[in-house]
Design a protein around this ligand. Structure first.
Ligand SMILES: *[C@@H]1O[C@H](CO)[C@@H](O)[C@H](O)[C@H]1NC(C)=O
Length: 482
């Protein structure tokens, strides 16, 4: 890297004869010359670019093609059977995290008798409602009404929004932008352009990198997630709810929990570390090359999961998590969400706050994962002195390898509490909205073929009815018969 800095500091070295042949138009600034790195300097830029292309060619020649940008429909059709099955049992709920943004489609799956005790399961980092598939059916068979949600950016929920963005700041930010650009357009795009036009497409890249309309991953903060959970609970009529938070599901949901104790019947924490950051190491999904390898190859991902999260996970299920995580920009969304977690979260302060100290709590913890993990469990138990503490034999993703014990503990805890009194009655859908919903339904099957191409455009053809399960199959451009 020292060499790179030197090149940049002395851009006008006399032996760079090609600078004379440079077309004059490259003088045009691409971005305000506020910092050293944003001063336009084609040579430096192309030096980086060549370096990057060489490295990419060496290490990644096939990897950039391992993460193809598929349209949602072909992505969906490529899914393994277990994921399609899971999807077909779910329903899309639309939520609004801010008033001037299009609603976000949130995938939920609901099992068990309506009207019984309500349990809401929230997954941790890198997971989705799919991880709860066994717990869902076990709880339902014990007469519990249970819902699992894919937080936006995860699983089958929406993962991206369209935005106009500025390019990254600094040398590293620009490098990352160019790297993304290569991933998006393919390794040989720049060379093709050079052959076509006889010129280096410097300006084209410069413009695109400094300002471009992109499909951005949804990167929700705990504040946004609070709004998502609030609307899911309201729409599905789940209050008062027994909340089950796994892993960083605690970090994601902590704000909503603190703000809404009145909607809670109990809280169960499942292997949630005291910082609520999660078992899957975020940097693995962040660092270029590593992230491509881990998400690009089943065995690499399965290896990682074995080390960090679960030793007993079935190969097919690890593969399902990998497919969901990398599909449709999922990785970026998950990383964005992970970096927005509250770094100064304090479990004792959270659990002891005025609103929460009277909410029944239970902690489910792995007894045999590692010595460090058992110690962490003791810290968590100390931070929540009133919580019931139960150990299980699974790993840090126990819904994968100790689902029966998990379900049993949840059932026991829920039934040990006095029966809930429903505080929110399900509202009638207002007539005009019902009408919109019916119209949307009757027009939907006339234009299936529009969906699945535009990515975000399909909103326009749906009625924005909260909670109406209007055509969830159309979410991927699949009306019927897939
Ligand atoms: C982060 O956590 C701390 C400690 O639990 C809390 O006081 C603070 O309000 C949280 N910050 C945000 C932005 O939620």
């Amino acid at each position: 890297m020292a060499i790179i800095t030197e090149e940049q500091d002395q851009p006008q070295r006399p032996n760079q004869s090609h600078s004379e042949t440079r077309p004059p138009k490259v003088q045009k600034p691409i971005s305000p010359p506020s910092s050293k790195s944003s001063t336009p300097n084609p040579f430096t830029f192309w030096f980086y670019f060549t370096l990057l292309v060489s490295l990419t060619t060496l290490f990644l020649i096939s990897l950039s093609y391992l993460a193809p940008r598929q349209d949602p429909k072909s992505w969906f059709l490529s899914l393994p059977h277990n994921l399609r099955q899971h999807f077909s049992e779910g329903r899309i709920v639309k939520v609004q995290t801010s008033p001037n943004q299009a609603p976000i489609e949130v995938f939920t799956t609901e099992h068990g008798p309506v009207g019984a005790e309500n349990v809401l399961l929230v997954h941790g980092l890198g997971l989705s409602s799919y991880s709860f598939r066994k717990v869902l059916s076990m709880l339902a068979s014990k007469g519990i009404h249970v819902v699992a949600v894919d937080l936006p950016g995860n699983g089958f929920s929406e993962k991206s929004v369209v935005e106009v963005v500025e390019g990254g700041n600094g040398v590293f930010g620009r490098l990352l932008d160019v790297y993304d650009e290569i991933q998006e357009k393919g390794l040989f795009w720049a060379f093709d352009r050079m052959i076509e036009t006889g010129q280096i497409p410097y300006e084209e890249i410069g413009n695109r990198v400094s300002k471009r309309k992109v499909v951005r991953p949804i990167e929700l903060s705990p504040g946004d997630i609070a709004r998502v959970l609030g609307q899911v609970v309201e729409t599905m009529g789940l209050a008062p709810v027994h909340l089950v938070l796994h892993d960083s599901g605690l970090g994601y949901s902590a704000n909503w929990v603190s703000e809404n104790p009145a909607l809670l019947r109990s809280v169960t924490l499942v292997d949630t570390d005291s910082k609520a950051i999660g078992a899957l190491p975020l940097w693995v999904l962040e660092v270029p090359v590593i992230r491509e390898v881990v998400l690009g190859f089943s065995f690499a991902y399965a290896q990682l999961i074995n080390i960090c999260c679960s030793r007993g996970i079935a190969v097919l299920d690890a593969e399902a998590h990998r497919v969901l995580l990398r599909g449709r920009n999922g990785r970026q969304a998950v990383v964005g969400m992970g970096t927005k977690l509250n770094k100064s979260f304090d479990l004792a302060e959270w659990g002891g706050s005025d609103g929460l100290k009277d909410i029944p709590m239970q902690v489910l913890w792995s007894g045999g994962w590692s010595k460090e993990w058992s110690e962490e469990g003791r810290r968590v138990a100390d931070a929540l002195p009133l919580a019931v503490f139960v150990t299980h034999s699974g790993g840090r993703w126990p819904q994968e390898d100790a689902a029966d014990k998990l379900a049993e503990s949840i059932v026991q805890f829920v039934s040990s509490l006095p029966k809930s009194i429903r505080i929110v009655e399900e509202e009638q859908i207002p007539e005009h909205i019902q009408k919109m919903f019916d119209e949307a339904k009757s027009t939907d099957h006339h234009h299936h073929h529009h969906h699945g191409h535009g990515g975000q455009e399909h909103h326009d053809s749906h009625a924005h009815v909260h909670g109406a399960d209007a055509g969830y199959m159309e979410a991927y451009g699949l009306g019927n018969g897939w």
